[in-house]
Design a protein around this ligand. Structure first.
Ligand SMILES: NC(=O)c1ccc[n+]([C@@H]2O[C@H](COP(=O)([O-])OP(=O)(O)OC[C@H]3O[C@@H](n4cnc5c(N)ncnc54)[C@H](OP(=O)(O)O)[C@@H]3O)[C@@H](O)[C@H]2O)c1
Length: 272
């Protein structure tokens, strides 16, 4: 009997990861490559994508499955309607049938309280985290419906479970992701299409640098005195969800560092 922990189910599958140029998306692309999948890496920064593509090639060799090994990078801004709507025509032939879509591209901008919100930030968060994810899903769900197969894995957040002051709009965006994902699952439960929401707590990536508009010192304070999750920890969960048996749908996962129990329940030690 094949082990239920096997990643063999991913061999030669086609996986498209948005936000693959950094953090969770990059780690996810690499881990899928190691498991023998073919991966399309999408994001705005082409040079970063090229670096991660090289890491995928290496991971595939290290994985040693002899499967997968096909990669493509795709310049994609999920806020660009034209790019998203025509994405299928931009995929290479081998990726014409995507099996797993990982909607990971997303960001938080600022920690202002309501009254001091900056509407450029508000718009970018809602556009990227919500509208971009919905638009990508709309394209691929029709491909999946036509084949009665496929897996949509959305990257939500603890912010979509427990709102916190200074995060009103980011939390609202991730609550929207959670609601959208749950509604979609209920639209598709009579099909073979799977829908998952992977919700990380604190993960050390470029996330906080982006949130603090490039202020690395402030970003570092977020992770002071605690061992945060690494991008690979979330990639593990995403690849695990994608590699379950076809009758198993991982609906929601909430993952936090051991010393975190909520957005502001963070046990910090000066010794760490
Ligand atoms: N880090 C955390 O603590 C944490 C916790 C919970 C949830 N999350 C979620 O995890 C996801 C990944 O974040 P991360 O922590 O890995 O942060 P990250 O290192 O900053 O990565 C974010 C990725 O999203 C991409 N992206 C941003 N805007 C985009 C756009 N308009 N179009 C296409 N791609 C875009 C970025 O690529 P380009 O800049 O190259 O486009 C980058 O690859 C996000 O949805 C985030 O909300 C993170």
């Amino acid at each position: 009997m094949a082990t239920i922990f096997s990643t063999a189910r991913l061999h030669n599958k086609v996986v498209l990861v948005t936000g693959a140029s950094s953090g969770i998306g990059a780690a996810t692309a690499v881990l899928f490559s190691m498991a023998g999948a073919n991966v399309v890496l999408a994001a705005r920064r082409a040079e970063k994508l090229a670096e991660i593509e090289q890491a995928c090639i290496q991971a595939n060799k290290d994985g040693g499955t002899g499967k997968g090994g096909r990669y493509a990078t795709l310049s994609l801004d999920v806020n660009n309607h034209g790019q998203v709507d025509s994405i299928l025509s931009a995929l290479p032939d081998w990726a014409a049938q995507v099996d797993v879509l990982v909607n990971n591209a997303g960001l938080a901008l600022g920690t202002e309280r309501v009254g001091d919100l900056k509407f450029d930030d508000v718009d970018r968060m809602l556009d990227t985290n919500v509208r971009g994810l919905i638009r990508m899903t709309q394209v691929f769900v029709n491909m999946f419906k036509a084949r009665d197969a496929g897996h949509i894995i959305n990257v939500g957040s603890i912010a979509g479970v427990e709102p916190y002051p200074g995060g009103s709009v980011y939390c609202a965006s991730k609550f929207a992701v959670r609601a959208f994902t749950s509604a979609l699952m209920k639209e598709l439960y009579d099909t073979q299409i799977r829908v998952s929401n992977i919700q990380p707590g604190m993960v050390e990536t470029e996330f906080s640098i982006v949130r603090f508009h490039g202020d690395k010192q402030n970003a570092d304070k977020v992770y002071a005195g605690i061992e945060p999750l690494a991008a690979q920890d979330i990639a593990d969960e995403i690849v695990w969800a994608a590699s379950r048996a076809p009758h198993v749908n991982i609906a929601e996962v909430l993952i936090m560092p051991t010393n975190q129990a909520g957005p502001f329940h963070v046990a910090r030690s000066t010794a760490k």
